[in-house]
Ligand binder design. Structure first.
Ligand SMILES: Cc1cc2nc3c(=O)[nH]c(=O)nc-3n(C[C@H](O)[C@H](O)[C@H](O)COP(=O)(O)O)c2cc1C
Length: 269
């Protein structure tokens, strides 16, 4: 299946069959995890953990046989790199029929950090369960309702041309779909903090901050959301035959006070 379709069909999975993951599937996923790169060139390492062996659980999950933890050094742009790389891994898992969900809050963090062997110089911003998706539990349905998980903001509120006064319109279906892939991305508490302004041929990504997402253990959780969004944008463009280059240079466009410039993407044919 095409990556664009996988992105469109993906949803957080919190209820799993108790069955173990097929060994060949698991090995393929582990091999894939080893070669994931990100445009910040910051190493993100992945640790696979058996739920039973390490006694790991999360109050929002049921039946999950395994977890993956993502670890990254405490460096500038570490959150974006982790978001980008971990989303690539999660989409690969989804393409192989597995369920995933980003978990950054609803788990006993210290248990997971110990189990995955996090070093002092590292952060373990998030984990995901992996396993075969099962029928959604009532708890899961309620949780989705609570955060409005099935809805997303309209594109005119997210994507702009030149400045914040002009919504971005494009006739290029590839760019349209890459933007749609950003709009459909998962984000912490479904806050959708990504904003994009197209100016001088560059897609400038901004973070629209919500209070309460900064912590020593994670860094800035909403920067992870932006990393995920850039991964979606990139993956769809790559699938359509474009190359992209990440540039970090603030174009100094006048934006809302709660918006922070993160990175720009140059799309190349
Ligand atoms: C960085 C990040 C952290 C998240 N943390 C949690 C979490 O701790 N617990 C949880 O149940 N869901 C968590 N989520 C999942 C979001 O709630 C979910 O992606 C969002 O509601 C949209 O739903 P969807 O993924 O089904 O499209 C997190 C998502 C992201 C991107």
């Amino acid at each position: 299946m095409q990556i664009y379709e996988i992105i469109r069909q993906r949803r957080s999975v919190r209820t799993f069959e108790k069955t173990k993951i097929d060994q060949t599937v698991l090995e393929e996923l582990k091999e894939y995890a080893k070669q994931i790169s990100n445009p910040w060139n910051i190493e993100v390492r992945f640790v696979f953990m058996d739920a039973q062996e390490y006694g790991l659980s999360s109050p929002v999950l049921n039946g999950e046989p395994m977890y993956i933890a993502a670890l990254v050094d405490r460096v500038e742009h570490g959150e974006e790199a982790a978001g980008y790389a971990f989303e690539k891994l999660m989409l690969k898992a989804v393409s192989m029929g597995l369920g995933t969900v980003w978990i950054g809050g609803t788990m006993k963090r210290e248990n997971f950090e110990k189990a995955c062997g996090k070093a002092d110089h590292e952060r373990m911003p998030c984990i995901t369960p992996i396993g075969t998706p099962a029928k959604m539990s009532l708890k899961e349905m309620m949780m989705r309702k609570g955060v409005g998980a099935d809805s997303r903001m309209k594109s005119e509120k997210l994507f702009f041309n030149e400045d914040m006064d002009h919504p971005l319109k494009t006739d290029n279906m590839d760019i349209h779909d890459a933007l749609e892939a950003v709009r459909l991305a998962p984000s912490a508490v479904n806050k959708q903090p990504w904003r994009i302004i197209l100016k001088d041929g560059l897609y400038h990504f901004y973070e629209k901050h919500t209070k309460g997402y900064l912590s020593d253990a994670v860094g800035d959780m909403q920067k992870i959301d932006i990393g995920i969004a850039i991964a979606h944008f990139d993956l769809v463009l790559k699938e359509r035959g474009y190359a992209s280059e990440l540039i970090i240079s603030d174009p100094e466009i006048r934006v809302d006070e709660d918006m922070e410039y993160i990175a720009s993407i140059k799309v190349l044919r």
